[in-house]
Structure formats: C-alpha cells, structure tokens
Design a protein around this ligand. Structure first.
Ligand SMILES: NC(=O)c1ccc[n+]([C@@H]2O[C@H](COP(=O)([O-])OP(=O)(O)OC[C@H]3O[C@@H](n4cnc5c(N)ncnc54)[C@H](OP(=O)(O)O)[C@@H]3O)[C@@H](O)[C@H]2O)c1
Length: 310
C-alpha cells in the first residue's frame, strides 16, 4: 500500500468529500507525508491540486468498494456528509442515506481490509445544556443532523477498535475551492455585498481553525490513537462575540461592523433546533496530539495569513 516518490515511500490516504471545506484543507496539510487520494461526486480542479482525484457517489456501495479496492489506502478520513443542519431536518431520507448509509458502507469496507478510519463527527451531538463536553459525556441530539451523526459514530466505533471518531467544533477558515460550508467566508461575502449577517448569541462554541483541524485529522490517520477525540479551539465564545472579534482582527470599518447582528437561532421559525452551549473540552487533544490547539485569535491569524498567501 506504499507509493515510492523519488526515494521517498509514502503511505496512501483517502479523503472523502474532497470538494468540501474541511477535506480541501486536509488534502493540503496531508500531502507532504502521504500519497493523497480524494473522492467526491465531481472534481473541482482548484480544490485538489495535490491529490489524485476520483469521482464516486458514496451512496453506491459498488462504486465505493471498487474505489477502495483499487486504491488500497492505509487510512481513510471520512468528511463527506450532508452537513447543512436545516436541510437534514427537511430531507431526512437523504440525510440518513448520506450520513449513516454511506458511513456504514465505508466502515464495513475498511474493517474487511484492515484500514484505519477517521470519521468527522460534530459538537452538535450534545444538547447544549451543560457545555465544556468531554469525550465521555453522553450525546443527546436536538436535531436530525445530530441524530445521524450519533448513529454513524456508533457504526464507526463498533466496526473496528482501530477507528477514530473526531468530534469537530465550529470550523473557521476559507474554503480551498470557493465551495463548502464556511461561516467565515459567508460572513465576508455578505458584508462585501452590504448585507446584514446574523450571529446567534445563544450558541456558545469552541471554534477551531481549519488548518489546525486538517493537521490534527492527518495526524490521527497516521498515529495509533483510536476512540473518540474532541478537536476544538482553546477559546469558548458565543457566535456574536466571535463575529465581533473576527471584525476586529480583519480591521473592518464601523459601517461594515454595523451589519453584524446578534440573533437567537432557536427563535427563528422553520429552523432546526441548535444546542445552546456545545463547547467542547479539548484537554485530550492537547495531551495526545503533536498538533497544538489554538485560541480563537491565533487560529484566525493563521487562516487569514494562509488565505493572503494563496
Ligand atoms: N464546517 C463545520 O463547521 C463543521 C463542524 C462540525 C462538524 N463538521 C463535519 O465535518 C465534515 C466536513 O464538513 P464540511 O464543512 O467540509 O462540509 P462540506 O463543505 O459541505 O463538504 C461535504 C462534502 O461531502 C460531499 N458529499 C455529500 N454527499 C456525497 C455523496 N453522496 N457522495 C460523495 N460525496 C458526497 C460533498 O461533495 P459534492 O461536491 O459531491 O456535493 C462535499 O464535498 C462533515 O462530516 C460535517 O458534518 C463540520
């Protein structure tokens, strides 16, 4: 399963959801040490320059099986998901098929072929009543997206004791391909169009920058850790204060700052319920990983610097 490049022998890593926000950065961060393969339903050339790109629909077990048999990766990082919480609530059949069904297919294939699987879960699996959640706390989903993620976590952990469930906090950064689920990018685009942008004051999170996250996921793919780990930043903040801090760091003028509005995400009709305080305790990650977890400010500076040099 090793690939020789020059005199270097690299292990193979397969990343699902390669057109997505998180995966685009995992490809960038992992490419130095791994021979990286990405899979998605379409190819965006800008997102995956350093990976070998494959097209497959994860809802088709035969396509997934052929792909994994062909690549024979040493590890899989499974980021692909229906990650829009409101879309999951209204289209539960598709959400279950992608988030649970496809994960189950991948977990079964990895088990049979002895491949380590790192699964991207979420802080949203908690009900948000307590906050500062540790890996041993019991999940209690308040929306359908979170229900699918809890079900998928159980499948991944019971498939093999080499597998990892990485629970991600709110992720900050810029998508590699201009596509993907980035609140920071959406905020900057909306403010650029002079549109107001709402940030829930009721939602307390421990945001992690996407570069730290991607580096930690690649580390987990290659090390001996197995089980559940929380990947979160060192700063606990409500999302409105977070947006104000981002505006400070970006040096936004007062007229742009006035577009940032506080809201209560659970009082907006038609939206799926969100947990209030889903902050994650990252002590385990800080203890076990070489990748340092950063504060909100350090993480933002890191992603802004990388974005400017790209
Ligand atoms: N972003 C966050 O703040 C955050 C926080 C906590 C947890 N997470 C979790 O982290 C993971 C990555 O999130 P993200 O923000 O990177 O999401 P994203 O930008 O929406 O990317 C999701 C990817 O999944 C792919 N996908 C969906 N259905 C597929 C299918 N049937 N077959 C193949 N590919 C499929 C999409 O590819 P197409 O181009 O084919 O649509 C897309 O590339 C998700 O599991 C999410 O639940 C994210």
């Amino acid at each position: 399963m090793k690939v020789e490049q020059g005199n270097e022998v690299k292990k193979k890593l397969l990343i699902t959801g390669s057109t997505g926000f998180v995966a685009g950065h995992v490809i960038e961060q992992a490419s130095e040490n791994w021979s990286v393969h990405g899979v998605s339903r379409s190819i965006h050339t800008s997102s995956s320059g350093s990976a070998q790109n494959h097209v497959a629909d994860l809802l088709e077990p035969d396509q997934v099986s052929r792909l994994i048999q062909e690549i024979r990766p040493d590890a899989v990082i499974h980021t692909a998901a229906m990650a829009n919480i409101d879309q999951c609530q209204t289209d539960q059949v598709s959400a279950h098929a992608v988030n649970v069904g496809a994960t189950s297919t991948i977990a079964e294939l990895c088990k049979n072929m002895g491949i380590k699987l790192v699964y991207c879960s979420t802080d949203s699996i908690f009900d948000g009543e307590k906050g500062n959640y540790e890996e041993t706390d019991t999940p209690h989903p308040v929306n359908f997206y979170a229900e699918t993620k809890v079900e998928a976590e159980k499948i991944v952990l019971s498939a093999s004791d080499r597998n990892v469930v990485a629970r991600l906090s709110l992720v900050m950064g810029f998508p590699v391909s201009g596509k993907g689920n980035s609140f920071l990018n959406d905020m900057i685009l909306k403010i650029g169009r002079n549109e107001p942008v709402n940030f829930p004051q009721n939602e307390i999170r421990t945001p992690i920058d996407v570069i730290t996250l991607a580096t930690a996921l690649a580390e987990l793919a290659g090390n001996i850790f197995h089980g559940i780990i929380h990947l979160a930043g060192n700063t606990r903040s409500d999302r409105y204060s977070m947006a104000q801090k981002i505006a400070d760091i970006l040096g936004l003028p007062p007229e742009s700052r006035s577009l940032i509005r506080g809201t209560d995400s659970n009082s907006i009709p038609g939206r799926a319920r969100r947990p209030n305080d889903a902050s994650l305790n990252n002590s385990k990650a800080r203890q076990l990983l070489r990748t340092p977890m950063l504060t909100l400010e350090e993480g933002l500076q890191q992603v802004i610097k990388a974005h400017k040099t790209n």
